[in-house]
Each structure stands twice: as C-alpha cells, then as structure tokens.
Ligand binder design. Structure first.
Ligand code: ZN
Length: 219
C-alpha cells in the first residue's frame, strides 16, 4: 500500500467541543478532557471537500491588489481595530458577551458600508425582518439600501449573496448557521468550520475576476 493510499482512506475524529482531531476514536478528548466528544468526520464532509469548484490560476499581482483593498466604514475604532478597515476577501469574527452590542455594531457597520455604495447582505439568524428594521431606526442607521435576509442555511445565504453580488456579507450569528449536509448540530465545531470555512467564501463572479468577493463578518 502506498503512503498516499493510507492518507486517503484515513477517517478523522474531531472533538465537537474543542476541535481536537485524532486519527482514531478516543473516549476522552486530549484537547479539552471531555468524554465522548469525538465524532467521526462523515463521508458527506469528505466528499464535499473533494467536490469544491476549481478555481482558475490567477496573476500574483492581481491577488496583491485585492488583498490590499480595505473597506472603510468610517467608524474610527472599528476600522482601527482591523488595521484600517475590512480587508476585502477576508473573514472577520466578532465575539463578545451576550448583550454587549455586537448586533447593533454590525448593523452600523453594514449601514455605513451600504451607504458607501457597497452591496451588503445582512443575514439575521435570530431577529425577524421587522425587528431588524426597528433596530436600524433605533440606532439611526440610514440603511435603506441594505439587503436583509432572515436565514440559517448557509447554502441559501451563499446563493442570495451571489444573486445580489454582495461585496460584504454579515452573519449574525455564525453559531445559528448550519450546512444541511453536515450532520452535526449548528454551533458545533464542524458546523462553524464548514459555514465559516474557505469553501463558504463567495467565489469571484464568473463575469469579472474581482467582483462578488465575499467578506463575511460574523458576530
Ligand atoms: Zn475536546
């Protein structure tokens, strides 16, 4: 048996609590000490991985320009924290205690970017459209051109983001989002890794090479 064959057939067990992975199943997770937390990565995830669309080769110069581009919100502290704005094509995770104001901050960020001619998709997984509208009014975020989608299925979110050619996707919150082909519960390491992983990045629109790049931010 060649070494490549061995690697290909190997299944991986991942801890649902801390993400520790092991080649064999273990009753106790060496990462976090939890019992019976290791789950086998099912074939669905593995075959999905192999089936991702192939990206064409690109000039290095183009990538450098893309990576350098930052979306400035005008919210000084927020932009400063990110080193001068959101890097296009990047993924930013906003964390913090419940009730600290993450949703309000993200709505302000979304409204600012939408006001700067950026197509922004705000995915609300926990609040209804009506609640979102009230929040926007309350914080005085003039967000008339902000697209709001109330959804939790990552495939539906990506489909909508492509449809409206969103440059920025804000997901509130990533813990509620799930991929229908991943067997674990939403909020688990497997789900978050799938929904926030590179394969959930919005590929460049087929017509142009730089349009439609997603910048999902999750709170
Ligand atoms: Zn663990």
């Amino acid at each position: 048996m060649s070494p490549m064959k061995v690697a290909k057939d190997k299944s991986i067990f991942v801890c649902t609590a801390c993400g520790y992975d092991s080649a064999k199943w273990l009753g106790k997770c060496p990462g976090c000490g939890g019992w019976n937390t290791l789950e086998e990565e099912r074939e669905a995830a593995a075959s999905l991985r192999g089936g991702s669309p192939r990206e064409p080769s690109r000039d290095l110069g183009e990538a450098a320009i893309e990576n350098g581009e930052r979306l400035v919100t005008g919210l000084k502290e927020f932009d400063g924290l990110l080193g001068g704005g959101i890097v296009r094509g990047s993924f930013v995770l906003i964390g913090g205690e419940p009730g600290i104001g993450k949703s309000t901050l993200m709505l302000q960020v979304a409204a600012r970017l939408a006001g700067r001619a950026e197509r922004v998709l705000y995915v609300s997984a926990e609040e209804s459209f009506g609640q979102m509208r009230m929040r926007a009014k309350r914080v005085g975020a003039g967000a008339d051109s902000l697209a709001v989608l109330c959804a939790t299925d990552v495939t539906a979110i990506l489909e909508e983001a492509r449809k409206i050619k969103a440059g920025v996707v804000i997901v509130d919150s990533i813990q509620i989002i799930y991929h229908p082909q991943i067997p674990s519960a939403s909020g688990s390491v497997n789900q978050v890794r799938e929904c926030a992983g590179p394969r959930s990045a919005i590929p460049p629109a087929s017509s142009s090479q730089s349009g439609g790049r997603g910048t999902p931010a999750a709170s």
